[in-house]
Design a protein. Structure first.
Length: 453
């Protein structure tokens, strides 16, 4: 019988990705949301919705009844006042813990998704480790550290584990979207271009949450979610520029502008009923030179390895933004002028972010897409992969295998269409109830991986 997980904050950027991987791994997901929550990322997903707030003990007990595990992801990242951070993040966590002890004391795991901010910025040159004394510098960081303390106080009654993610990016994220849009227009605003920070793709975080949910070695421990090396802000911006295919002009923003001018600009935007990009209490975070953490503990004790390093993760994120219509690059504008394109609905409503069906980009050719067509007949269509632009053949009929005759025909067609610069063999991969094949080109074949001429 499938286990049931209570997931708070399941409808947001991080929570929806955790929901995806739990469903993929066979869990029943009880998604705790508020009556005012935006449920767009949970649409058409087989989850059980429960409506409860972290300040309602009775509703929390009802939500926790009969669950096998709890993942606490809900909280506020922008409140504007110290009291509100503590009220939602710290006191809300304590209320949930008490409700779980009352309603489901035999759960297999209580996972708290905390934050790098609970530990504070890096001291010295080495990335911060979990054993380093915490030194949060903002009200948000203090509230997340208090939430961790509440969780640790319940460690004698519940099998608890804590995960501290750094800055996150990926599909469905809007925080870094303006940076992608600036890069697509040829601009790269830099708040301290050589400041280092740890950066994790949201799907890697979701995978680590699943590992900590399953692995007994995680009980009673705190783990950083940082499977890859830190980057500078300039490196991150330049990677985005490579992915969107533009050359960018760096626009350096002085620290003094952030420190002294932005608070006044924030209040002016509020008076004009415009939406400021971030709260003034985030400025101290942005002025710190190093926000780096080490993921060595998760590798050594849990065996966790990340799947999406910076280049692949940024490429995948940019393509999702393009698919969603949130981002338009110069390449998109050229393709609109030149054509030809097709628009075809396949298996799902959006790219299946966890199906490693493409050996170059790790994404399925799935969803409603717009891409270049090379060949079409009654059985299949040969188009460019939505993500890595390599040609691939997709069956029109929903079945998981190509016949031997179809495979032989595809080899001939790929040779006629693309010449001898491609391998004669191909790997066949599966999407549930749908098959496609993908030809492999030499290394550096992705648009953002090609060596300069």
């Amino acid at each position: 019988m499938a286990k049931t997980v209570l997931l708070t904050g399941s409808n947001g950027f991080v929570g929806s990705h955790i929901t995806d991987i739990l469903l993929r791994e066979g869990y029943n997901v009880r998604a705790m949301v508020r009556t005012t929550s935006d449920l767009r990322w949970l649409d058409n997903k087989p989850v059980e919705l429960v409506y409860a707030g972290l300040q309602d003990p009775s509703a929390l007990r009802q939500a926790a009844e009969g669950v096998d595990a709890v993942i606490h992801n809900a909280g506020v990242t922008s409140a504007g006042h110290r009291y509100l951070y503590h009220f939602h993040n710290a006191e809300g966590t304590r209320n949930l813990l008490e409700a779980v002890v009352d309603a489901a004391p035999d759960i297999s795991r209580f996972v708290l998704i905390s934050s790098q901010a609970a530990g504070g910025p890096t001291v010295g040159q080495e990335p911060r480790r979990e054993s380093d004394p915490p030194r949060p510098i903002t009200a948000y960081g203090e509230s997340k550290l208090l939430a961790e303390i509440h969780v640790q106080r319940f460690a004698d009654r519940l099998p608890v584990t804590i995960i501290r993610p750094p800055a996150l990016y990926g599909p469905r994220d809007r925080a870094f979207l303006p940076l992608f849009k600036f890069a697509a227009r040829g601009l790269l605003p830099l708040f301290g271009e050589y400041r280092e920070f740890s950066l994790t793709h949201v799907q890697d975080l979701a995978r680590q949450v699943y590992v900590q949910l399953e692995n007994e070695a995680a009980v009673g421990e705190v783990f950083h979610a940082a499977p890859f090396d830190p980057v500078t802000f300039a490196e991150f911006g330049e990677t985005i520029a490579r992915v969107v295919g533009t050359s960018v002009r760096r626009v350096r923003i002085p620290d003094a502008l952030l420190k002294y001018v932005y608070p006044a600009l924030y209040h002016l935007l509020r008076l004009l009923r415009a939406r400021p990009p971030f709260q003034p209490d985030k400025v101290p975070d942005m002025l710190v030179k190093r926000w780096t953490i080490s993921g060595a503990k998760a590798r050594e004790r849990l065996g966790f390895e990340g799947h999406l390093p910076l280049l692949a993760g940024v490429g995948q994120t940019a393509e999702w933004y393009r698919w969603k219509g949130w981002l338009q690059t110069q390449r998109d504008r050229r393709r609109e002028r030149n054509g030809p394109v097709i628009k075809q609905r396949l298996v799902g409503e959006e790219p299946r972010l966890y199906d490693p069906t493409c050996d170059l980009c790790g994404l399925a050719f799935d969803g409603e897409v717009k891409t270049r067509k090379h060949y079409e007949d009654g059985d299949f269509v040969i188009v460019d992969c939505l993500i890595c632009r390599e040609p691939m053949a997709v069956l029109k009929e929903h079945r998981p295998e190509f016949t031997d005759r179809e495979r032989e025909r595809l080899i001939e067609l790929f040779g006629e269409l693309f010449g001898d610069d491609r391998h004669a063999d191909f790997e066949q991969r599966r999407i549930p109830e749908h098959a496609h094949v993908h030809y492999r080109r030499a290394p550096h074949s992705l648009p953002w991986q090609r060596r300069p001429e």
